[in-house]
Write a protein that binds this ligand. Structure first.
Ligand SMILES: Cc1cc2nc3c(=O)[nH]c(=O)nc-3n(C[C@H](O)[C@H](O)[C@H](O)COP(=O)(O)OP(=O)(O)OC[C@H]3O[C@@H](n4cnc5c(N)ncnc54)[C@H](O)[C@@H]3O)c2cc1C
Length: 492
């Protein structure tokens, strides 16, 4: 474990049992803290969750694991071997992209193979591909010892100093314009323009520093966890139980108690109070003010994307389907104008299809299919029956264009997760998946910090906070937050 040794007798309550909450609980427990995790839901894992019916098991959240070394680091720090808990599988190809004109492109895992693919498709773009990769690598190298270790404004040596070495006009400029400057082929551009959605953002509104995402995918691979991504949560829960982390499901915190200077614990909806030396909030950043009794913003602004997800059980696995397939809409720009400008579900959505080849997830010969389209995460769109039916129709219509004609007819079951359901289940206003979006360099780079500047004893972990959303960033967030809690306790 990083950070100073802390004597037993300290107690932390973690509000939210998502990935970040569980990881921070395990880290503090390993340092001798008494830890209590309370989650409003019936099951732990937060957005990394599972839904089961009729012999099918679906991940309802993440389907792609990137930067697996960050996950390994958690197990290492807990003196556990990842291989004894999880079976990771590297995917090759990473994904198949299907375009409105019927063109299909497989992106191989190995960088050299990808360069060759690009060389065959658009020889003039190989140099641009290399340039974007180098820029992504540069951003990653600078982040490794700075941004990934602490909040930029908390570090003793602000990484802003280091970042001046970046070719600034590219890293801080527009993501889409940077891609369009280096890549001329429209098929390739589309692939690059999709990456900012990994953090719930628009490629047309976020800074080019998010080019670190395609770099990470090629440098560290795209991975699957056998048995489904929820296996990660199951394994963390097994460790938590074995090590004495107290896990309270169906336990919503309705108040974080404080005297204006320091927090002292939380109050649950059922009236219980849990005293603690540290309160660690793992929920959505937009809900924190309400829990503290501070004024809340009247309207949700700058939210990241939510998702419109269909969990489809098929009796027969469709032939030739990759693990990840992305079926692009006809007009990508119009899609983001609808999502962030008009704040509504797009007329023609890009659809992501996840079809893991994993016999444990479906009855024999069958397929558990996860379909997802981006949806607004700001609560502006109502999700009544007709809106859900219409969004579902648009998703299947787009899939028909990719030759997946009769999925709907062949579906044995089709369960919908829409933004309002995400919002209600995870207490995430608007159903946003990643807290605030990463539009503009400030929001991308200066995420809300992991330690409250206002209240001693209050810490934050998870996708809403530094360094951001997605599995690896959330795990880094847990490492940073645990380090802050232990460091502060050591100084008391
Ligand atoms: C559909 C979907 C697809 C995704 N795909 C990917 C992917 O492919 N790859 C990837 O890396 N990431 C993906 N993500 C994002 C990833 O799941 C999240 O970034 C990550 O799991 C968030 O973890 P977290 O620690 O922030 O906690 P969360 O998952 O946000 O969990 C927080 C928990 O706290 C609980 N809570 C909130 N308020 C309270 C309260 N007051 N009292 C008690 N409990 C409370 C919530 O109910 C929830 O259980 C996806 C997410 C979704 C929804």
């Amino acid at each position: 474990m990083e950070g100073p040794e802390v004597s037993p007798g300290m107690r932390a309550v973690i509000v939210g049992g998502g990935l970040g909450g569980l990881a921070v609980a395990l880290r503090l427990r390993a340092a001798g803290w008494e830890t209590v995790v309370c989650d409003n839901g019936p099951a732990f894992g937060g957005k990394m969750n599972r839904w089961e019916a009729a012999g099918y098991r679906f991940d309802t959240g993440p389907t792609l694991l990137t930067m697996p070394e960050v996950l390994r680091r958690l197990y290492d720090d807990l003196d556990e071997r990842l291989e004894e808990h999880l079976e990771l599988e590297e995917l090759d190809p990473h994904a198949e992209y299907v375009y409105p004109d019927g063109f299909r492109l497989l992106v191989p895992a190995r960088w050299e193979a990808w360069r060759e693919t690009v060389g065959r498709l658009a020889p003039g773009d190989v140099a641009g591909l290399d340039a974007l990769h180098r820029l992504g690598e540069r951003i990653f190298r600078l982040s490794e010892d700075t941004f990934f270790r602490n909040h930029p404004l908390a570090a003793r040596v602000p990484p802003l100093g280091a970042l001046r070495h970046l070719p600034l006009r590219h890293a801080w400029g527009s993501y889409a314009r940077t891609v369009e400057r280096f890549i001329k082929n429209e098929y390739l551009r589309r692939i690059f323009l999709r990456y900012p959605t990994y953090v719930g953002s628009s490629p047309y509104l976020c800074p080019a520093m998010l080019l670190v995402i395609p770099y990470l995918e090629h440098a560290f691979g795209a991975w699957y966890v056998k048995g489904g991504m929820y296996r990660i949560i199951e394994s963390l829960l097994t460790l938590a139980r074995a090590r004495g982390v107290e896990l309270l499901a169906g336990a919503e915190a309705v108040r974080i108690d404080h005297d204006g200077r320091r927090t002292g614990g939380v109050r649950l909806r059922d009236g219980r109070r849990i005293d603690a030396d540290a309160v660690i909030f793992n929920g959505d950043g937009a809900a924190l003010a309400g829990l503290l009794g501070f004024p809340e913003p009247a309207r949700l602004v700058s939210r990241s994307l939510s998702g419109f997800v269909l969990l489809v059980g098929l009796r027969e696995r469709p032939a030739g389907l990759s693990h990840h397939t992305v079926v692009f809409s006809a007009d990508y720009r119009a899609e983001f104008d609808a999502l962030f400008g008009e704040r509504r579900f797009p007329d023609d959505p890009t659809v992501y299809v996840n079809a893991p080849r994993d016999a444990t997830l479906a009855p024999p010969g069958g397929q558990a299919l996860f379909l997802m389209a981006n949806a607004p995460g700001d609560g502006a769109q109502r999700w009544d029956r007709s809106a859900v039916a219409e969004a579902r129709r648009r998703v299947f219509e787009r899939l028909r264009s990719a030759g997946l004609d009769d999925l709907e007819r062949r579906a044995e079951l089709c369960e919908v997760w829409h933004p309002a359901r995400f919002a209600e289940r995870y207490l995430a206003p608007g159903g946003a998946i990643y807290g605030d979006n990463s539009h503009g360099w400030r929001r991308a780079f200066l995420r809300p910090p992991n330690r409250s500047r206002r209240l001693a004893g209050l810490y934050c972990v998870g996708g809403s906070f530094h360094p951001g959303g997605g599995v690896p960033m959330v795990l880094l967030s847990a490492r940073i937050t645990a380090g802050l809690v232990l460091g502060d306790a050591g100084r008391r």
